[in-house]
Design a binder for this molecule. Structure first.
Ligand SMILES: Cc1cc2nc3c(=O)[nH]c(=O)nc-3n(C[C@H](O)[C@H](O)[C@H](O)COP(=O)(O)O)c2cc1C
Length: 180
């Protein structure tokens, strides 16, 4: 599959088979994170791989916004990757703390590599950071940037809904959507 084909076909999967992730698949996916680009090559990341069922269920209980129900797919996934950023280790990106830009690059590398291997994923942005940190003993100085689920799909991806190019691309200056 070409990179563009992987991008076109990948979809977030929220229902997984009860099947452990193959160690080889997991290592390739983690390697894709390790090789990601980052501002000034600071690599301000750490990842915790959670495979233990009970720990995944505890993570599920804290993977939701206040007053919303837990997301059951967190408990079902074969692996939950806790993606940690180090604010002190990164180089700023424009006005932003670089780890907030760098971590998602590593996460998307994992998502695309996983899809190529036949492993599905779902990015989880709804979680209570302090509870995740307590549960897994994450050092005070690190931030939880996302949880990332991996597993073998037990549903089809939803159809892709995306804005049209003309809605998001501008040529030469903002507001010119036509290249001529
Ligand atoms: C930063 C980020 C946070 C997300 N948080 C969640 C989440 O908490 N729960 C969930 O089920 N999906 C989550 N998603 C998945 C998105 O809903 C999904 O990527 C989007 O709807 C597009 O669908 P697709 O990935 O199937 O193309 C998140 C995705 C991103 C990039």
């Amino acid at each position: 599959m070409s990179v563009l084909d992987i991008i076109k076909t990948r979809g977030s999967i929220r229902k997984y088979k009860d099947k452990p992730i193959l160690k080889n698949d997991l290592l390739k996916i983690l390697e894709a994170a390790r090789l990601a680009q980052s501002a000034a090559n600071r690599q301000p990341w750490q990842f915790i791989v959670v495979l233990d069922r009970k720990t995944k269920e505890k993570l599920m209980d804290v993977a939701h916004w206040p007053n919303s129900p837990p997301q059951s797919h967190v408990g079902q996934a074969a692996a939950v990757i806790i993606c940690l950023g180090d604010p002190k280790a990164c180089r700023p990106v424009g006005p932003f703390e670089g780890y907030l830009i760098d971590l998602p690059i590593a996460i998307e590398n994992m998502a695309l590599t996983a899809w190529e291997l036949g492993v599905s994923s779902c990015w989880i942005g709804a979680y209570q950071e302090d509870k995740v940190k307590n549960l897994l003993g994450v050092p005070e100085n690190l931030r939880v940037v996302s949880l990332f689920l991996l597993g073998y799909q037990d549903e089809n991806p939803r159809p892709k809904v995306r804005k049209a190019l003309e809605e998001i691309i501008h040529y030469e200056k903002y507001g010119q959507n036509n290249p001529e």
